[in-house]
Each structure stands twice: as C-alpha cells, then as structure tokens.
Ligand binder design. Structure first.
Ligand SMILES: NC(=O)c1ccc[n+]([C@@H]2O[C@H](COP(=O)([O-])OP(=O)(O)OC[C@H]3O[C@@H](n4cnc5c(N)ncnc54)[C@H](O)[C@@H]3O)[C@@H](O)[C@H]2O)c1
Length: 447
C-alpha cells in the first residue's frame, strides 16, 4: 500500500561522496539535476527545479530544441520565452552533449515512449537515454525515470543497463520511477501543487527520490516500489480513457433517444460522492490517453496471454468517434437535402485539447481525412495552428473566423478554445455541429 510522507527528511546517505567519479566519467561542472528530454514534460520540470534554486542542465538530442532554449525560445505551450529567460538568468543551461550527465547529482529521464507499429511500447529513447547515463554513472547518483511506460520497465530494462557498469542500484546509486502528471494548459494544477508519486528500487531509493522532489513539489507520495509507481500512472490514464469511452458510447444512444447527455451529466455531478464527471467529444487525443492504456493491455496479453477487455472496448469506442462525427455531419446535411460531396466543412479547433497548440493524436485529423475522402472541401480555424498537415496535403488556417464560418455549408466545433464565442459562431453558421456540448444557441446541434 502507498503511504503518504509529508515531512522532508535528509537525503539518504550511501556513505560515499555523491560526486565521486565513476566508470567512464569525464570531468564536467557539477550540477544538481540533468533533465533528459526537453519536451512538454522535461522543460516544466527543469523550470520548477530551477525556480527552487537547483542548478539545472537540460539535455536533448535535438539541436533545434537546445539552440532554441539557449537563444531564450520556448517550444512548449506552458512556458513563454520570458519564462526561459528567467530560467537562464537563474543558471539554467541546455546542451546536446551527454558529458553533462557526469556532473549531475540527479538525472531525470523525460523522453518519449511512443507505440511501435505493432502496438507495443517503443522503448528506444528510454534505452538510449539510459545508455548515456550508464556511460557517466557515478556513486551516489539518483536516476529517475518519468517517461510513461509499462510496469517493470525501470527494474527489467533500465536497471540492467545501469548495473552493467558494475555499480549496483540501491547500493551504489539510487534508482526510482516517478510518473509525470503534467496537464498542459491547466492553469490551476502545475508542478508544485500536483502530488508526485515516487517508487524506488529499494526503500533508500524511494527516500532519495522523495527527498529530491520535495525541493519543488508540495506533496510527495511514496509508493511501495517502481512497479507500483509505474502502474499508478497507467491506472490513472486507463480510468480516464474508460470513462470517456463510457460517455462517448452514451452520447450515441442519448442522441437516438433525444436525451441531452450534457444536461444528464450536469444533473449527475451534483452528487457529492461516488461520481466524477467525464464529457463526450469527437474522440480522444494527446500523447497519453489514447496511448498509455495500450502499454498495459500489451503487457497483459504478452505476459499473461489474456486481453485487458476494458481497455480494448474503450479503444474501440473512442477510436470510432471521428467516424461517428462524420456520420452526424452527413445526417445534418441530409436533413438539409445536401450530399457531403462538394460541400465546404469548416472545422473549428483542431488541437487535441483547448487552449494549447499540441496536435498529437488529435481526432480532428481522422475527421478531416474522412471528410476529404468523401469529397468534401475542408477548411479550418484554430488560433494555435497556422498550417495543418493532413497526410500529403497542407491546409492554411482561415485566419478570419467569421468569414470562414459564413462561407461554409456546415461548421463543426471540435475544440472549445477559450477565445471562441461559440454561440455567436453557431448563430452565424448555416449548419453547426457542436461536439463539445458548449453552445446554447438554438441553431447548434449537439453531438
Ligand atoms: N505531454 C504530456 O502531457 C505528458 C504527460 C504525462 C506523461 N508524459 C510522458 O512523458 C514522456 C515525455 O513526453 P513529452 O510529451 O515531454 O515528449 P516530447 O516529445 O514533448 O519531448 C521529448 C523530448 O525528448 C527528446 N529526446 C528523444 N529521445 C532522446 C534521447 N534518447 N536523449 C535525449 N533526448 C531525447 C526529444 O528530442 C524531445 O525534445 C513520455 O513518456 C510521455 O508519455 C507526457
């Protein structure tokens, strides 16, 4: 069982100098932290640690990313160029040279974990990053994996690479997993006030990781071990995935039954216990929700030989939502006596969540592709996307949203960006499909 630890304690002592030189180590300036992978996860972590007074170096393979940071440019939504300047003023530096790892008291891995074409986890970046750490590993160093992955990765994949140096986890260096819970675009919960789960290879490893994170996170929750911490992340995202699938499936039959599901959810969420509101939409997007549950179902199938049925059903339902949206557009046109072929559809909001620029796994893409395959002309507006890559075609944004809406035969609200006056847009449109349930104008049709 996970136990809460609230009191900061002193760092666990292995009885050795934390900067003692190790195998293959080159001489490099000491620092408190090297973050490997300067993306949506790594950069905010580097910011929080820098702000707390730690000396931080960001390491990434991409010269574009590192050059940008060293020139004071941010490439992730939650940080501005001004934030990068503040970090740099406080001593933050960025590098493509893995030798920086040699001087680090702590190394945190925040590299991508995509899926292979077969649907399994692609650990290439994690293993590559771990190999680099191993080349510079030294006694007393703390290594933390934050990349989302299947249970057992820290122990079965990362640890053997590090221990091939001759140093042993829990004896010579500390090893832990700590799931990232960042929610890009969330103005309420950031690094400091979102509790951080840590699970170490040994209790001393857990204590070392907890001590490290307490320097810039208010609440650290110690899990029993690395596997429990890894599984906690997958439980969180699988829970979300399944509950979104539940309301997406309900959206379909509530439409047939002429019941407004959004109104149903408003009523149900008045219950102060035992219910958490999830909302239907055009499908799930982003790097986590459509992908992470696959790590788990893949592992259950591969190791135990049976399916994780909840995940598979949720995948099927959520993956079917873009096609359902296209069908609903066709139904709207049909009622107006129009075929889909040859008409102009204006998609509003093509990112995977509101108020950010990230388009990864956005359901807007399969919707646009199917509409184009069926002969419709697709135009789009999104305040965060200037050019939209759809397979071979590149669409330029229609910057004048009012003109775009008026020019289209049908408008579809896919993402409710804060800047949208959705009722005014619905009033101006010929036909308006609202996949987010946020309009109240009578001419808007909810999903
Ligand atoms: N984005 C999110 O909201 C989010 C939330 C929770 C967890 N996660 C998880 O965190 C991890 C990182 O995700 P992200 O969104 O920050 O990815 P990202 O693509 O935004 O950034 C990853 C960075 O790592 C760099 N990189 C890749 N391989 C590398 C290597 N071997 N060495 C050094 N740098 C390398 C890339 O150049 C890139 O800049 C993933 O496992 C993801 O599932 C992401």
């Amino acid at each position: 069982m996970a136990k809460n630890t609230v009191q900061p304690d002193s760092p666990p002592d292995l009885g050795r100098d934390s900067h003692e030189r190790g195998i293959g180590m080159t001489v490099h300036d000491p620092c408190d932290l090297v973050v490997i992978g300067m993306g949506y996860v790594g950069l905010p972590l580097a910011q929080a640690a820098t702000e707390a007074g730690l000396r931080v170096v960001g390491y990434d393979l991409s010269t574009d990313v590192i050059d940008g940071l060293n020139a004071g440019r941010s490439h992730v939504d939650d940080l501005s160029d001004a934030d990068i300047e503040v970090m740099r003023d406080a001593g933050f530096t960025a590098s493509t040279d893995p030798a920086v790892l040699a001087g680090a008291a702590t190394v945190v891995i925040c590299v991508p974990t995509p899926l292979t074409p077969e649907g399994g986890p692609d650990l290439a970046a994690v293993l590559g990053a771990t190999g680099n750490i191993a080349s510079h590993l030294h006694r007393g160093q703390l290594v933390v994996l934050e990349s989302t992955t299947y249970p057992g990765t820290t122990d079965d994949e990362v640890r053997p690479i590090l221990e091939a140096t001759g140093l042993i986890a829990g004896r010579d260096f500390f090893l832990a997993f700590s799931p990232e819970r960042i929610d890009p675009g969330n103005a309420t919960f950031g690094m400091r006030n979102t509790p951080k789960v840590v699970g170490g290879h040994t209790p001393a490893c857990t204590a070392a990781a907890a001590h490290f994170y307490r320097r810039f996170v208010d609440t650290v929750v110690e899990a029993r071990g690395t596997r429990e911490a890894e599984m906690a992340k997958l439980l969180e995202n699988t829970y979300r995935h399944i509950n979104i699938a539940l309301v997406n499936e309900m959206a379909r039959f509530c439409h047939e039954l002429d019941i407004d599901l959004w109104d149903v959810i408003e009523a149900a969420k008045s219950k102060p216990f035992g219910f958490q509101a999830f909302y239907p939409g055009p499908g799930v997007g982003g790097h986590c929700i459509p992908i992470d549950p696959n790590y788990l179902s893949y592992q259950v199938q591969a190791k135990l030989g049976y399916p994780f049925r909840f995940v598979e059903l949720a995948q099927e339902i959520n993956a079917g939502m873009p096609a359902y949206v296209v069908r609903r557009i066709q139904d709207l046109l049909n009622e107006a006596g129009q075929p889909l072929r040859g008409i102009r559809v204006c998609l509003l909001g093509v990112t995977y969540k509101p108020d950010i620029a990230d388009q990864r796994e956005s359901p807007a893409k399969p919707i646009a592709v199917e509409l184009m395959d069926k002969g419709a002309e697709v135009i789009f507006h999104d305040p965060y996307v200037q050019q939209w890559q759809l397979g071979e075609s590149t669409l330029d944004v229609h910057a004048d949203i009012d003109a775009a809406v008026v020019s289209a035969d049908v408008c579809v609200l896919l993402q409710n960006h804060r800047v949208y006056d959705v009722d005014a847009l619905a009033a101006a449109a010929t036909l308006f499909l609202d996949t987010r349930g946020v309009t109240s104008h009578s001419s808007a049709v909810r999903l």
